[in-house]
Design a protein around this ligand. Structure first.
Ligand code: PLP
Length: 376
């Protein structure tokens, strides 16, 4: 938690649950990425946190944007982004959305299937298109595999076809899975996709861009490698495969940019030792799986939780949300421990909750108001 967030929380005592973000930290993270990968163009993945204040700050830093829907495209434009700085990166788009983005001046689109390529040819004629390749997501704590990306063989065919359809076959992309904790995932993916890149270039396709996707991790409960390690691994792999003929490099970070810039403050609603024969206390918070903590599904993302009693004796806990749904449990198997002094009414913080929290919040489930948001 940054000093600015700590000051805001102590001075204003906002109603909980709320997410408070320090936009200066967003800028710090963006600059750290620029420094780690100076040759890459950064397309911020808007879905990680689409707040106007985040987008505006990133526009002021000359960021580009990866949008997943026409609404996200328009949010970027509203924040002052140039249409040419926006990539429509979802491989699954409605025709109406393609048309509206094309009309608004967006020129870069992703695809991973023949039908999507045909839709782009009809409704975004002349656009720069890039094909997403399916790669391993091993090492990712929030994998995206299976749903997106195509094989090398089919990508080759489709990229050869793109030109014939009047599109500009601009490049290739992949995504190694979100919260990727290994640099090796990027190295392996670059090796795989670079081979296709070279092959298509030799076949006469004027490819110019490699999109390495997002995945760069935020520090949650456990340590993750520093961003510079990812930068070094990526540059080493790129130069190994392309030598001095580096294509345009694009990255699409989401989580890394906003994750540790935000903090959720929540209230303890109840602490209950439900089984007399077990030391485990159940701690119920006023935020849960339906209040924005969707990535606790499968206990995948393990947020760090701080309390007013940190440093005092702790005991094992299960941590759950406030709704009447049995799935509204965050952690039961991940060996969380919280201070024995913790009781209802206490405020706790879930650290590094700036990414993939505010937008995953349900609107009214069980009548609970959506997560409040403050941007400082
Ligand atoms: C979600 C997504 C990203 C951002 O991923 P992070 O893990 O948050 O960096 C980037 N590109 C695409 C295509 C995505 O779907």
């Amino acid at each position: 938690m940054t000093p600015k967030i700590a000051r805001f929380l102590s001075q204003h005592q906002p109603a909980t649950p709320c997410m408070v973000m320090d936009i200066d930290r967003v800028e710090d993270n963006f600059r750290a990425l620029c420094k780690a990968l100076p040759l890459a163009r950064i397309y911020y993945a808007v879905k990680a946190n689409p707040a106007h204040q985040v987008l505006e700050r990133l526009v002021s830093l000359s960021s580009h944007f990866d949008a997943a829907s026409i609404e996200e495209v328009e949010a970027c434009l509203d924040a002052g982004a140039r249409p040419a700085a926006i990539s429509f990166g979802n491989t699954i788009k409605k025709v109406s959305a393609i048309k509206r983005a094309h009309d608004a001046g967006v020129t870069m689109f992703a695809f991973d299937s023949r039908e999507e390529l045909t839709k782009l040819a009809s409704h975004a004629p002349g656009a720069r298109v890039y094909c997403r390749i399916l790669v391993e997501n091993e090492g990712a704590e929030w994998p995206l595999s299976r749903k997106f990306g195509t094989t090398i063989e089919s990508a080759r065919e489709l990229m050869l076809e793109a030109g014939e359809l009047g599109l500009d076959p601009y490049g290739l992309s992949f995504h190694v899975g979100s919260q990727q904790t290994t640099t090796n995932a990027y190295e392996v993916a670059i090796g795989k996709v670079a081979m296709l890149f070279t092959d298509l270039t030799e076949a006469g396709v004027n490819l110019r861009m490699m999109n390495l996707g997002g995945g760069f991790p935020t520090r949650y409960r456990d340590d993750v490698p520093e961003i510079d390690r990812f930068g070094d691994a990526i540059m080493t792999a790129m130069t190994e495969h392309f030598g001095n003929n580096l294509p345009d490099m694009v990255i699409e970070p989401g989580r890394y940019v906003v994750g540790d810039a935000g903090v959720v403050q929540a209230e303890v609603v109840l602490v209950s030792q439900r089984d007399k024969n077990s030391p485990v206390r159940w701690v119920y918070l006023d935020i849960g799986r339906f209040g924005g903590l969707a990535e606790t599904e499968g206990e995948s993302i393990k947020y760090r939780i701080t309390t007013p009693y940190d440093g005092t004796a702790t005991g094992p806990v299960a941590i759950a949300g406030p709704t009447c749904d049995g799935a509204d449990i965050m952690y039961e198997k991940s060996n969380y421990r919280l201070p024995l002094a913790l009781t209802s009414g206490d405020r706790v913080e879930l650290q590094a909750t700036g990414a993939y929290v505010t937008t995953y919040c349900s609107t009214k489930f069980n009548g609970f108001a959506p997560l409040a948001e403050y941007y400082l």
